[in-house]
Ligand binder design. Structure first.
Ligand code: PHE
Length: 408
């Protein structure tokens, strides 16, 4: 798996279906809406958060972490209790006793902090054994964010030689865990980190959904953050959870060898957000290979407003047509006219039209073009014969005639 060898044991529970999902890598497909959303978030974070001097992005993007992780990475490093439900083989895909498919991108926090990263996004597919319905699928996609602060980063004060971490950590003799902070943290440091965290996520949310969208913070629980929160947005008459986050448990930093910093982490589910942003009604659509779906996102820019229009469940009928263009230079670019004409003739039945090829015969001074037209009805399965009628109508109009009739 992902170029590494594992020896399965009795715990192995990857179905052939989930093996096929691992092979797809839909997040890397340029015309998948998840890819569009990923680029939008990465572009925004890169532009907004820069290293001192503004010369390069602050956050490192980690997109190719292995999807098989150790149970230490997925659970223990994140302080997940031994008897936690998420460890059950009915919830997690195990390769063997020591390794599983990551159930969340948090599984990489430990390794990446150990490598010395202070600010990073981990992006990728995660796997949970789950029932399949409109909003659940055994594979979905997350973006994890982690930011660690030294005393100077957070409070703008240079560490002093005697006690470089004073003010990040609590100095009281009996520091105890409170709802608002962990044992070791100072309240000031926690509050400052929380402000940074909430500001980062609220600004990201405004960027994605617009400032008008109502949002609210809700207290939450995760074994690896304290305090923990969820951010919800008001959408379609109800509150929808879009991410989980919190102040990282100091033990995580310590076990990764970080002793002089405090950090926040968040995890965002991409499908949820993409379903809202692009009006995608069913999570299974992200896996569609139907060009009626993918063509609605292909070639779009990350910032563009795209709303998905339901495709028909009836089959497509596809025609490739080629013709010579009129030789006059006046008609050099009539591609949009061809698109319009094909749509005028075919009406609702034209699902897609695209220029797929161009050819120029220099000697004869003639140019030809090929278009692919995809017809599909919302009401019935079209036959090739019925559809041919529309193609004939189009070809019967020479492009030249069409141009002239329009110019009149
Ligand atoms: N890993 C959590 C999840 O999948 C989300 C999360 C990430 C929460 C980081 C807090 C901090 O539900």
């Amino acid at each position: 798996l992902d170029g590494r060898q594992y020896t399965p044991d009795a715990l192995y529970n990857l179905s052939p279906a989930v093996r096929r999902l691992l092979d797809r890598r839909i997040l890397q497909e340029a015309s998948n809406p998840l890819n569009l959303l990923k680029r939008r978030i990465v572009d925004y974070v890169h532009q907004t958060y820069r290293k001192p001097g503004n010369r390069s992005p602050l956050f490192t993007i980690c997109e190719s972490e292995p999807r098989v992780v150790s149970t230490f990475q997925n659970f223990d490093s994140l302080l997940t209790p031994e008897d936690h439900v998420s460890r059950r083989p009915s919830d997690t895909y195990y390769v063997n006793r020591e390794n599983c498919l990551r159930a969340h991108t948090s599984a990489h926090q430990h390794t990446l902090m150990k490598q010395g990263l202070d600010a990073f996004l981990v992006i990728g597919d995660v796997y949970r054994r789950d029932e399949v319905d409109k909003t659940h699928y055994p594979c979905f996609h997350q973006i994890e964010g982690v930011r660690l602060y030294s005393k100077e980063d957070l409070l703008g004060k240079k560490p002093v030689a005697e006690d470089p971490v004073a003010e990040l950590f609590s100095s009281s003799p009996d520091p105890s865990r409170l709802p608002e902070k962990q044992e070791t943290h100072s309240l000031d440091a926690v509050k400052a980190t929380e402000i940074q965290l909430k500001h980062f996520l609220e600004a990201l949310c405004d960027e994605l959904f617009g400032k008008e969208t109502e949002k609210r913070w809700v207290d939450a629980y995760f074994p690896f953050t304290h305090p923990s929160y969820e951010l919800e947005i008001f959408y379609n008459g109800q509150w929808l959870e879009v991410l989980g986050c919190g102040i990282m448990e100091q033990k995580l930093l310590e076990s990764a060898g970080v002793t002089d910093k405090i950090g926040w982490a968040f995890g965002i589910g991409l499908e949820r957000i993409a379903m809202v942003l692009y009006s995608i009604p069913d999570i299974r659509l992200f896996w569609s290979t139907d060009t009626g779906f993918l063509s609605q996102f292909a070639g779009k820019l990350p910032g563009e407003d795209v709303k998905y229009k339901q495709i028909s469940s009836h089959p497509q009928v596809i025609f490739d047509i080629s013709f010579f263009l009129p030789s006059s230079t006046e008609f050099n670019d009539m591609t949009s006219d061809v698109y319009d004409t094909i749509r005028t003739i075919g009406g609702e039945l034209v699902e897609q039209v695209k220029l797929t090829d161009e050819f120029e015969n220099k000697k004869k001074g003639k140019k030809s073009q090929t278009y692919r037209i995809v017809y599909r009805s919302h009401e019935k399965a079209l036959t090739k014969e019925e559809t041919q009628h529309y193609v004939d109508l189009f070809l019967g109009l020479s492009p030249l005639k069409y141009r002239i009739s329009r110019m009149r």
